[in-house]
Structure formats: structure tokens, C-alpha cells
Design a protein around this ligand. Structure first.
Ligand code: NAD
Length: 361
């Protein structure tokens, strides 16, 4: 069985780095790697030659039984693949439902790693977490790069400088990594998330969780959120906006799968921020958490820099590729036994990720 690694068309990462490629080969498959697939991430073709055959794209698509990539394939590419070929990538079918039909029309089976259920068992295959963690880290570094101010407190002979205040909105995987990184750089960090469970995690990283008095008691709700009064939600919103308008840096990470990202930083709040402040919006690709965000652009609004980038992991291609590769390897261990494919739909991990299963099986 031929398992191929395709080159990313416009991303510096590669889906399988050489050190992990060797482990994939040990599963009993023949490895094909597209010429220059790892080049932008720092891996030469020579790094792959001991475990893989290097090919051009045409030959690779003709021979592959399974093709791995980080970014989705175009219809033209899908139509060049073998019948019944399996493509493994991040297709986001919940955001782009038309992709299922495109694969079906091309006679290709699709596995979307971003559909793997987020269970303890599947944690080692969770590409969303791996990439979100890098994005959270990189978001802080990008903010620091654009900010015309220090992050840490500085006491120098030329004067003392107060530490920067960073506000993180959405304290999931990316948000928590952003909090930890900003803390390491010496910033004062505040954070907010609608999930109460995030509060303890935020505090354990040394950041302040934004809250207002008067929340309805959820201690007997079995871990579920309870409905809060309109008045409470309004006070909560006002407090977050107040903190946002005073922050030097805002990092927003809130996404709701399959829906437009929630609006957390309206234009009027941006206009109250200090000159030179920076907003990094990781939800840019799904509409943005900031009203003014433009996807894949860095803009300046009245002296505030707004970075709209949902692919910051792509700016750290070596480690992003390594973590993605390990996620892929762990998934392949589930679907390949003794070099043969075993797409067991009884397995919830396979069932979750194999999004074309109903239509092509
Ligand atoms: P995400 O990228 O979907 O969202 C980021 C954060 O934004 C979440 O914490 C969410 O609660 C928050 N958010 C959404 N709407 C908001 C709003 N209006 N205001 C403020 N915050 C808002 O989430 P994620 O980082 O992928 O993970 C979120 C949750 O999933 C976390 O509880 C995480 O621990 C859990 N998780 C579990 C596993 C696992 O068990 N294998 C893996 C990854 C994540």
C-alpha cells in the first residue's frame, strides 16, 4: 500500500517530517514523498531518501492509495487521484459542507483530522490542539513584535516602565498557551471565557480571570452551564469591554465550531484603546472576534494594529510539522494494521474522522 506525503501549495509546513516518516514506514506501508515537500519547513529531500521514494506531484497522485496533507485539496487535485484513494487532511466539513460532495464526485474517500472526537484516547491525534497551542504562543510573539512597548516591567537608570497588560479572550488551548507565554514575557495578564471551568486554569497560570458578582449558582448543575440573568450578562459584557479598552494587547481565540466567531471586541472598544496597542485575532478565518479584523491582513485602525491570522502555526513550520506528524502517526496506527487498511467504523475515532463514509462506503 502506497502512502504519500503531498507538498503544501501555500504553507511552509509538511504533513510528515523525516523522523516520523520512518515510524510510519514501520507500519508496513511504502512511502512516497513529493519533491521538496519538506523544504520550507527545513527538511531536504535527502532527509527522506532512507525511508521514502521522492516523486513529482503527477506520479505521486497516480500511485498513492493514501495521501496526507495539512491543508485541503482542490477539486483539480482530487480529480487526478486514483479511484477510492484516501485523503487525510483538515477539511473542516462543518465550515465547508460542499467538500463532501467534491470528494464524492472525484471518487475519493476523505478523512478529516479536525473531526477526531476530543476524547482522552484521541488526545495524541488532536491536530486542533497541537496547532492551537502553537498559534497561542506565536500570537503573543507577534503582538510583542508589533507593540511599541516593553512587555515586562523595567527599572532602568533612564526610568521605570510599567508592564504591559494583555487580555486573552477565550481560554481554550490557544488562549491558555497565550496566557502562559505572555506571563513568561513579564506581562500582566487577564482572561475571560464563557466556560466556568476555564477560571481555575487561567488562575493556575498566574493570570486574572475577569468576573462580575452575581452569577447564578451552577454547583448542582453537574458541570453544565446554567442560564444567567440578562442583567448579569450585560454587566459581564461591560466589564470585559472596560478591560479590553485598557489593555495594551488583546488576543482573541473564541471560535464556535460550524458557526461564525462571536463578536467580542466591537469597533467602539478598539477606538478607546491606547495608540500603539495590538489585537491578534485567531478567529479571523471564521469572521473574527474583533469587528474590524480583516482575514490574513494586518491593519491599523486609529493607531491600533489588528492582526487577523488564523494560521499562526504556519509561521513556526518545523515544530508545527513535527507535532502534526506525530498526530498523523498516532491516527495511522489506528487505521493501518500489518500494512493493510482497516477503516473500522465501530471505532469512534475512525467514525468521527471518516466524513465521507456514509456516501462512499
Ligand atoms: P475553541 O478553539 O473552540 O474555542 C476557544 C475558547 O473560546 C474556548 O475555551 C471557548 O469556551 C471560548 N469561547 C467561545 N465563545 C466565547 C465567548 N463568547 N466569550 C469568551 N470565550 C468564548 O476551543 P479549544 O481551545 O479547541 O478547546 C476548548 C475546550 O475543549 C477546552 O475545554 C479544552 O480543554 C477542551 N479540549 C479537550 C480535548 C480533549 O479532551 N482531548 C482536546 C482539546 C480541547
Amino acid at each position: 500500500m502506497n502512502l504519500a506525503v503531498a507538498k503544501e501549495p501555500s504553507d511552509a509546513r509538511v504533513a510528515l517530517v523525516p523522523v516520523v516518516a520512518e515510524k510510519v514506514k514501520a507500519l508496513g506501508v511504502d512511502l512516497l514523498v513529493e519533491n521538496d515537500a519538506g523544504k520550507a519547513a527545513g527538511f531536504s529531500d535527502d532527509d527522506y531518501t532512507n525511508c521514502a521514494t521522492l516523486l513529482d506531484r503527477d506520479a505521486l497522485f497516480k500511485q498513492a492509495d493514501i495521501i496526507i496533507r495539512i491543508t485541503p485539496f482542490t477539486e483539480v487535485e482530487l480529480n487526478r487521484m486514483k479511484d477510492n484513494c484516501i485523503v487525510i487532511s483538515q477539511f473542516e466539513p462543518y465550515n465547508k459542507p460542499e467538500i463532501t460532495d467534491a470528494l464524492k464526485k472525484a471518487g475519493v474517500r476523505g478523512i478529516s483530522l479536525d473531526m477526531i472526537p476530543r476524547t482522552t484516547l484521541a488526545q495524541a491525534m488532536d491536530v486542533l490542539s497541537s496547532m492551537a497551542s502553537i498559534a497561542g504562543y506565536k500570537a503573543v510573539l507577534e503582538a510583542a513584535r508589533h507593540l511599541p512597548r516593553y512587555f515586562p516591567m523595567m527599572i532602568t537608570a533612564a526610568g521605570s516602565i510599567r508592564p504591559t497588560t494583555v487580555l486573552v479572550l477565550g481560554a481554550g488551548v490557544a488562549g491558555l498557551q497565550a496566557i502562559a507565554t505572555a506571563r513568561r514575557l513579564g506581562a500582566m495578564v487577564e482572561a475571560f471565557d464563557t466556560r466556568q471551568a476555564a477560571k481555575e486554569e487561567v488562575k493556575s497560570l498566574g493570570a486574572k480571570f475577569i468576573e462580575v458578582e452575581g452569577a447564578a449558582d451552577d454547583t448542582n448543575a453537574g458541570g453544565y452551564a446554567v442560564e444567567q440573568s440578562k442583567e448579569f450578562l450585560e454587566r459581564q459584557r461591560a466589564e470585559v469591554q472596560l478591560r479590553a479598552s485598557k489593555a495594551d494587547v488583546i488576543i482573541t481565540t473564541a471560535q464556535v465550531r460550524g458557526r461564525k466567531a462571536p463578536l467580542l471586541v466591537p469597533k467602539e472598544t478598539v477606538e478607546k484603546m491606547k495608540q500603539g496597542s495590538v489585537i491578534v485575532d485567531l478567529a479571523a478565518s471564521t469572521g473574527g472576534n474583533c469587528e474590524l479584523t480583516e482575514n490574513n491582513k494586518v491593519i491599523n485602525h486609529n493607531g491600533v494594529t489588528i492582526i487577523g491570522n488564523s494560521n499562526l502555526a504556519g509561521l513556526m513550520p518545523e515544530h508545527a510539522s513535527l507535532l502534526y506528524s506525530n498526530n498523523v502517526l498516532n491516527f495511522l496506527k489506528v487505521i493501518i494494521q500489518d500494512g493493510q487498511l482497516n477503516l473500522d467504523l465501530e471505532n469512534e475515532i475512525v467514525r468521527g474522522a471518516f466524513f465521507t463514509a456514509d456516501t462512499t462506503e
